[in-house]
Design a protein around this ligand. Structure first.
Ligand code: G3H
Length: 478
């Protein structure tokens, strides 16, 4: 039936033989907005076979031609910004302007990846043997980067387009084929994005997009013998995937509890602005959101007042109206967030605003005087709720940050650059931002998490390198 979006395989749009579909619930209306195909394991097998076959000739397609196609896809993606953004608004309740930004940023990411790929994949290495003890100059080694094969990309709901292309573009420029398993919320946005790649004219089977239930095809995909690399962004599922995956390179980004350490000499207006942007953009549903503020007691009252004043100005409502705070992605997510709020309430946190929820919509909430015995001191709400913990020394702040299982990003606000650098050095996170909120972008910067926050490093250059292997040929002279 025409109501169900088709999946993409072998260069065609197909219905699943399962005859079943997966509903996508609009977070705002809480009604079914779209339906996608519930693909079967047999269909996944076919996609993998096609991906393997297509990759062989793609790897032999000249690099400049691969780049040309990616540039074409990037331009088409940008042309389709409005229709894709509309899906993002309906599926994941992303505020309208941010939804457009996500698509434009994605087009730029694809173009940049094409350019970067042409540069770094166009270079190889030449070594001679006599630099190693005991060797004469009798061996020449030529090495270059070759593709891995089939890359499986699994992006999360919060950036179903951008965190898909951040995997697709490096995989393709490096000569790999690509199988995309989009998140359920965001699947239609992802299918629209794939449609842009389809229009660009990539070879059949090189790119596919399978939709369906995690319980049916999730493990089947990640444990599939045809997969040569997995790039995943999401939650705890990533830990399970990394335990089950075979001997293949993994790129994982699994969330964080990014701390914002505020010293006594910080510019409090700048800090407050960044806390609100970092903590409440897309209603806190970003792995790089500020998830705990660790502020020196002497400036805590002043900072909390400034943050409160800015929180009061946030607009709350529907993504269509481009409100700052929009409904969180699912009802279960809203329930989880509420659980953290209630726990903090029972244990005596100070509520800077009244707690308010209607359906999936949760009003922005700042919790002051949070203590380590509260769940919200450690867990990531992935919602518009931000805890503030007061500290009496920098060491106390660093200690709290490093006691977390996560280690994605962190930030420090101070006018003393030496202190900032020492704190950055001491924080066990993949990135530390000085005087700004955590963020992944610009997208060519390295992006990585320590501990439970991930495996490997992303960012355009790192992703291209990660999706290749070194191949050498040694010329032995007589
Ligand atoms: O949700 C995780 C994303 O990688 C964060 O990206 O910093 O651009 O929001 P962002």
């Amino acid at each position: 039936d025409g109501d169900v979006y088709k999946y993409y395989a072998d260069g065609e749009w197909k219905k699943s033989a399962s005859g079943k579909s997966v509903p996508i619930i609009n977070p705002t209306t809480r009604k079914t907005q779209y339906k996608v195909q519930a693909c079967t394991q047999e269909e996944v097998n076919k996609v993998m076979e096609a991906a393997k076959a297509a990759q062989k000739s793609w790897a032999r397609t000249p690099l400049w031609k691969r780049a040309e196609l990616l540039h074409k896809a990037a331009a088409i993606l940008k042309d389709h910004r409005a229709s894709i953004a509309e899906c993002l608004v309906k599926e994941i309740a992303k505020p309208a302007k941010d939804a457009v930004t996500e698509v434009v940023r994605s087009g730029d990411l694809v173009s940049y990846t094409a350019e970067e790929g042409v540069r770094i994949l166009g270079e190889g290495k030449f070594l001679v043997s006599d630099s190693f003890p005991g060797n004469e100059r009798t061996k020449y080694c030529l090495s270059s980067k070759i593709p891995l094969g089939v890359v499986l990309a699994i992006p999360p709901f919060n950036y179903p387009v951008n965190l898909a292309v951040s995997k697709i573009a490096p995989a393709l420029i490096a000569g790999n084929s690509l199988v995309l398993k989009p998140p359920t919320q965001g699947a239609v946005s992802a299918l629209h994005m794939i449609y842009c790649f389809h229009l660009a004219g990539f070879p059949k089977g090189l790119i596919s997009c399978v939709t369906g239930k995690g319980s049916e095809i999730g493990d089947f995909l990640t444990m599939h013998p045809g997969v040569n690399c997995i790039s995943f962004t999401g939650g705890d599922t990533g830990i399970a995937i990394s335990k089950k995956a075979g001997m293949i390179p993994l790129q994982m980004e699994l969330g964080g509890k990014d701390a914002c350490i505020v010293l006594e000499d910080a510019d409090l207006d700048l800090t407050a602005a960044n806390i609100v942007k970092g903590g409440f953009s897309y209603s806190g549903q970003r792995c790089t959101a500020v998830k705990v503020v660790l502020v020196m007691e002497s400036v805590a009252d002043a900072l909390v007042d400034k943050v409160k004043a800015k929180v009061a100005k946030l607009t709350v409502g529907s993504p269509e109206e481009d409100c700052d705070i929009t409904p969180v992605v699912t009802e279960s997510s809203a329930n989880f967030i509420e659980g953290l709020v209630m726990d903090a309430k029972e244990k005596g946190a100070t509520f800077c605003q009244e707690y308010r929820r209607e359906g999936n919509l949760i009003w922005p909430l700042l919790l002051d005087h949070v203590r380590p015995d509260m769940r919200i001191a450690w867990e990531e709400p992935f919602g518009p709720v931000l805890p503030v913990m007061r500290i009496n020394s920098v060491e106390e702040g660093i200690h709290h940050c490093n006691a977390s299982n996560f280690g994605l990003q962190g930030c420090v606000f101070t006018r003393d650059i030496n202190k900032a650098l020492m704190i950055s050095d001491a924080m066990e996170t993949g990135t530390v931002q000085i005087n700004s909120a955590p963020a992944r972008g610009p997208d060519h910067f390295p992006f990585q998490g320590l501990k439970d926050s991930g495996i490997g490093s992303q960012g355009i250059t790192n992703s291209i390198n990660m999706m290749t292997k070194i191949k050498s040929t040694v010329i032995n002279l007589p």
